[in-house]
Design a protein around this ligand. Structure first.
Ligand code: EPU
Length: 336
């Protein structure tokens, strides 16, 4: 187990904010995690479990304990003619898991290539891109209840999955720490190519898992900044879902508004489009920028603080609210 005091989180948040945490604890296995959970000091302290911090905005230094898993491992735990079940430690870097599955010829996560972060956080957040969500590849999630100290193996349908959410994010559920995720992958890939740009890039190409992975990587690299080069947390806001009457009212004034059908007859509108219409795309204020190729991404131009990023987000939220009557909700989690 690794324990550090006054530890810089710069490498543990993809905005690369120089926030510090009072304590940083990293455990290698479930036994060590149990020891931490039972510890009285831990129980009294404010604590937060993180992955690689690809979805976090540290507003201040963290006056508590940041927990991080170092549980690694990729293990085939079951196999039949059609499927393979791959059990993955929460600390495995997600894109390395995708690369491994693709190299083995196992389908089901290839559209989720190059998403930053670790596997445990990916399952908590229900990462999604290009017509695929991790929930559809998940068989089970192993997690420890922080109140009862018991381990539970959740089937995917018990995880409360929705758009960028799960029971592990729900404040009304017992807090849990995810240690392993078991993926059910297809030996005969069932390609998901509905996303328009993906079809365009793959036109005239032989469709293989590697070709899809390469296409997704090319699309992401063209549109999204590399967090290692320009600090960012991917989409800052979620795409809002509005009712048809509201959408039609906006469409009268903006006939080109893009949209996608959503659950319960509602309509999903790309937040990036709304933000661009409000004139923010490519704008910079101090050390914070709105990425010039994708307005949904806020970037740290060098020495931004969490506060400055939050202020930019607030200006965007109020401009979109004023112009379209739509409340944008952050996808990024604010840590105050
Ligand atoms: N658009 C604009 N201007 C912009 C950005 C987008 O007009 O600056 C419009 C365009 O019409 C475009 C549409 O928005 O066709 C959709 O844009 P894009 O395909 O880039 O997807 P998105 O809805 O902005 C979502 C996810 C991304 C994911 C992509 C691809 C959310 C919040 N974001 O973005 O996920 O990679 O779809 O599937 O759902 C993330 O969660 O961090 C993330 C990057």
């Amino acid at each position: 187990m690794r324990i550090e005091q006054n530890f810089s989180l710069e490498k543990y948040n993809t905005f690369h904010l120089p926030a510090k945490t009072r304590w940083f604890m990293e455990y290698e296995n479930e036994d060590d995690l149990q020891k931490i959970l039972h510890d009285e000091y831990f129980q009294e302290c404010l604590s937060l479990h993180i992955g690689k911090g690809s979805n976090l905005l540290f507003i201040n230094d963290y006056n508590g304990i940041i927990l991080h898993s170092a549980i690694r491992g990729l293990e085939v735990v079951r196999e039949d003619d059609s499927f393979v079940w791959l059990r993955v430690g929460a600390a495995e870097v997600w894109d390395e898991v995708v690369a491994y599955a693709v190299s083995k010829g196992w389908g089901g996560i290839e559209n989720l290539s190059l998403i930053p972060g670790e596997t445990g956080a990916a399952a908590v957040q229900n990462i999604g891109a290009y017509g695929m969500e991790i929930k559809d590849a998940i068989e089970t999630v192993e997690a420890w209840n922080q109140l009862t100290f018991e381990k539970h193996v959740f089937r995917a349908d018990e995880c409360g999955y929705g758009y960028r959410t799960s029971r592990f994010k729900d404040p009304h559920q017992d807090p849990h720490i995810v240690t392993y995720v078991t993926l059910k992958l297809h030996k005969q890939p069932d390609f998901k190519l509905s996303y328009g740009t993906l079809q365009d890039v793959l036109k005239d190409k032989e469709i293989t898992l590697q070709a899809v992975r390469d296409a997704v990587i090319a699309i992401r690299q063209a549109k999204l900044p590399d967090p290692e080069v320009l600090g960012n947390a991917g989409s800052f806001f979620m795409n809002p879902v509005i009712d048809v009457a509201h959408f039609e009212k906006i469409r009268q004034q903006y006939p080109k508004i893009p949209s996608y059908p959503s659950a319960e007859g509602k309509i999903k509108v790309p937040a990036g489009w709304l933000i661009e219409q409000c004139g923010f795309k490519g704008k910079q204020h101090g050390e914070v920028g709105v990425y010039e190729k994708q307005a949904l991404v806020l970037v740290n131009l060098g020495n931004a603080t969490g506060d400055e990023i939050a202020l930019m987000a607030e200006s965007i939220r109020s401009a979109v609210k004023d112009r379209f009557g739509i409340e944008l909700m952050p996808e990024v989690k604010y840590i105050a």
